[in-house]
Design a protein around this ligand. Structure first.
Ligand SMILES: Nc1ncnc2c1ncn2[C@@H]1O[C@H](COP(=O)(O)OP(=O)(O)O)[C@@H](O)[C@H]1O
Ligand SMILES: [Mg+2]
Length: 334
């Protein structure tokens, strides 16, 4: 049984015009379709990478999996139970077992709490252990992420550097002893010099504990390193999924090819069959049906504009792309 299964998971945001525009000028509300009909399962001990440009729905997906944002449509199945209808015990288990590390270490920590209280907040809320044990675990967790407890427990977030804050965020997630970590671009706000240290920490913990993860990044090099499987998203839709080295070495979807082609190639003599892409990335506001990449895709035909081909996720090892036109694309391979 999968640890987490997303079934037609969808999230729309309504943007309502101001009162005057709405009532006097009759402007309608518009819909941002941030995440559309995602189907994917993450197994125990598996790391699923999610790649895609800013605005493609990565954070919205993470928030839904972590139970922090309700879906508009579709289900999140946690160890076989639909979270929307599961009983309180299952929801509590999910709240403990699925923890999120946020993208922005400046916004995600409560500025009025001291470090020790920030890390203790989750275990206290779920009454996981008695006060003494929570205190002990918070200290050893801080030490585990490289923050000397004697020096850091009494500090406030504004007294910490970005890297230290991100470590506090990681400690808050790990102290719950989760089985799954949702890491939403955990390195993107950090200085390059401290990224490697945090990445090593993440890998170390992964080796020691063996947990699953959804790891979001726009950096394919990092994903190639940490993920087992990769899902590529574009404007809310899943474009391609498969074992990470297959997707990176021989991308199928025209969008994935373009994304990988945009990454610097170490050897400039290597020619890549990358399609030319024209047009802008827009926000998915009132998008037409069909593939959202179609307006920019040099291979698109009417079928692409009319219908979106959803991925068939019944076989998690399969490499596949949500593209009607694979048969007309030039040979894959780089
Ligand atoms: N609370 C919100 N209200 C309105 N629009 C939102 C909200 N959250 C996200 N969006 C929109 O949904 C889309 C996906 O956003 P997000 O999931 O943050 O993308 P990513 O993490 O891939 O950059 C974007 O167009 C964003 O502007
Ligand atoms: Mg994001």
């Amino acid at each position: 049984m999968a640890l987490i299964e997303l079934n037609q998971l969808t999230r729309h945001f309504e943007i309502r015009p101001g009162l005057v525009d709405r009532t006097v000028r009759g402007k309608p509300s518009r819909l941002i379709k941030a995440v559309e009909s995602l189907n994917i399962a993450v197994g125990e001990n598996e790391i699923l990478g999610i790649a895609g440009e800013s605005g493609c729905g990565k954070s919205t997906t993470c928030m839904m999996i972590a139970g922090l944002l309700p879906p508009t449509r579709g289900q999140i199945i946690y160890r076989g139970s639909d979270l929307a209808t599961a009983d309180a015990a299952v929801r509590k288990e999910h709240r403990r077992n699925v923890q999120m590390i946020f993208q922005d270490p400046y916004e995600s920590l409560n500025p009025r709490f001291r470090v020790a209280d920030i890390v203790a907040e989750g275990p206290r809320a779920l009454r996981l252990w008695d006060q003494k044990e929570i205190g002990d675990r918070v200290e050893s967790m801080l030490a585990g992420v490289g923050l000397n407890p004697g020096k850091y427990t009494e500090r406030f977030p504004h007294e910490l550097s970005g890297g230290e804050r991100q470590r506090v965020g990681i400690a808050s997630a790990l102290v719950m002893q989760p089985v799954m970590i949702i890491a939403d671009e955990p390195l993107s706000m950090l200085d390059v010099s401290i990224r490697a240290g945090i990445l090593d920490l993440f890998r170390e913990l992964q080796d020691q504990r063996g947990f699953s993860s959804v790891y979001v990044s726009h950096d394919l090099a990092i994903l190639g390193n940490v993920a087992d499987r990769l899902m590529v998203m574009y404007l809310g839709q899943a474009m391609e999924v498969g074992p990470v080295e297959q997707v990176i070495r021989s991308p199928k979807h025209p969008y994935t090819r373009a994304l990988i082609g945009a990454v610097a190639v170490p050897d400039p003599r290597v020619k890549r069959p990358v399609p030319k892409i024209s047009g802008d990335i827009s926000r998915p506001i009132d998008p037409p049906p069909g593939c959202r990449f179609a307006p920019r895709c040099p291979y698109a035909d009417d079928s692409c504009h009319d219908t979106f081909l959803e991925l068939d996720t019944s076989d998690p090892t399969r490499h596949q792309a949500a593209c009607h036109r694979l048969h007309v694309l030039p040979d894959e391979g780089l």
